[in-house]
Ligand binder design. Structure first.
Ligand code: NAP
Ligand code: ZN
Ligand code: ZN
Length: 346
């Protein structure tokens, strides 16, 4: 099926209209009519080959929501018309310990990413959600609860699970003090989800103009990181720090804000390394950890949690021809708080 899409034809090129072929659904596959796709900073990193290489032409997009259009003969979990989502991966080996434990993102032979990856078997490139249709094995498709508006659900498929998963895994509980660094797509979901878990949330941001928004999103406090006094005033205060920043910055300064035995979680993935001192970790037995999206089972759990707690993304809906502008604005930190592509505009 000939399907309209937008692609970076080569690394760093502006995105332009392009046509891809989507196969008819196989026995276990679901064909999804894509309604909306969120724009993640990882799309920018990959379209610009900032993480080294990439498969081009590249059709980014891994915050996909839509309706089931057709299903293969053996599909049991979905039927045409169902509201569904697809996140950052569309397949994995299903046999390694990570896959068996529902942590498919850590598949020992590598997850098959929704785009910028090669399909298992055929070795064809995968193409993501900046398009109008996708075909995915039913085991890698999520159900979007009815109460979440579809456009505001799209960012949950990456920004939502990427922040939910480590907050759960590392045991954030009611009353904990959580700092969220960077108020962009991931950051604003981190604020909403940590708040819904009962934590006391502080936003640490380079943009003082985001203060009022931060409080509306559910934060209890806001501090500007451009103000050096912030790092003195908040020293030793937090049980957790969730760092969502997309550009290189000084982790050491933030580690000093943790309590004894506190945990700083990196989810932002800058293209440049940052020097790390042992001191702030040793003094206070602090932990610096990372986290990668979340597995299928946990992603469904996150969607259901968001429905239960009335959590959805704050979005700016764009037509696909505004995608390059959206990238430029995200790089400047000018996003409130996730761009979502209206796929009716292809
Ligand atoms: P985003 O919407 O562009 O938000 C990033 C935020 O970081 C900005 O809004 C800004 O917030 C802050 N920031 C940007 N440049 C900064 C700088 N030079 N110094 C300090 N703060 C800066 O990006 P996103 O989509 O949330 O993604 C964030 C990062 O997470 C990216 O690196 C992305 O690749 C990564 N990611 C990781 C995973 C995972 O599984 N680990 C999943 C998805 C995305 P303020 O204006 O508040 O400072
Ligand atoms: Zn993402
Ligand atoms: Zn596996």
């Amino acid at each position: 099926m000939s399907t309209p899409a937008y692609a970076a034809i080569e690394a760093k090129a502006a995105l332009t209209p392009w046509t891809i072929e989507r196969r008819a659904p196989g026995a276990h596959e679901v064909q999804i009519e894509i309604r909306y796709c969120g724009v993640c900073h990882s799309d920018i990193h990959q379209a610009r080959a900032e993480w080294g290489g990439g498969i081009f032409p590249m059709v980014p997009g891994h915050e996909i929501v839509g309706e089931v259009g057709a299903v293969g003969s053996a599909v049991t979990k979905f039927k045409p018309g169902d509201r569904v989502g697809v996140g950052c991966f569309v397949d994995s080996c299903r046999e390694c310990s990570a896959c068996k434990e529902g942590e498919e993102q850590f598949c020992s032979s590598g997850m098959t990413a929704t785009y910028n990856s090669l399909e298992r078997g055929t070795q064809q490139p995968t193409y993501g959600g900046y398009s109008t249709r996708i075909v995915v094995n039913e085991d890698y498709v999520l159900r979007v609860p009815d109460s979440i508006p579809l456009d505001r659900a799209a960012p949950l498929l990456c920004a939502g699970i990427t922040t939910y998963s480590p907050l759960r895994h590392f045991g954030v509980k009611a009353g904990d003090r959580v700092a969220v660094v960077g108020l962009g797509g991931l950051g604003h979901m981190g604020v909403k989800i940590a708040h819904a878990m009962g934590a006391r949330v502080t936003v640490l941001s380079t943009s003082p103009s985001k203060r009022d928004d931060a409080l509306k999103l559910g934060a209890d406090d806001f501090a500007a990181t451009s103000d050096k006094a912030t790092f003195k005033k908040l020293a030793g205060q937090f049980d957790f720090i969730l760092d969502t920043v997309a550009a290189a910055h000084d982790y050491n300064a933030y580690l000093g804000l943790l309590k004894r035995d506190g945990t700083m979680i990196l989810v932002g993935m800058p293209d440049q390394p940052t020097p790390l001192s042992a001191g702030p970790l040793i003094m206070g037995r602090r932990r610096l950890v990372g986290s990668l999206i979340g597995g299928i089972r946990e992603t469904q759990e996150m969607l259901d949690f968001c429905a239960e707690h009335d959590v959805a993304s704050d979005i700016e809906l764009i037509s696909i021809d505004k995608i390059n502008e959206a990238y430029e604005r995200m790089i400047k930190g000018d996003v409130r708080y996730r761009f979502v592509i209206d796929c009716a505009t292809f």
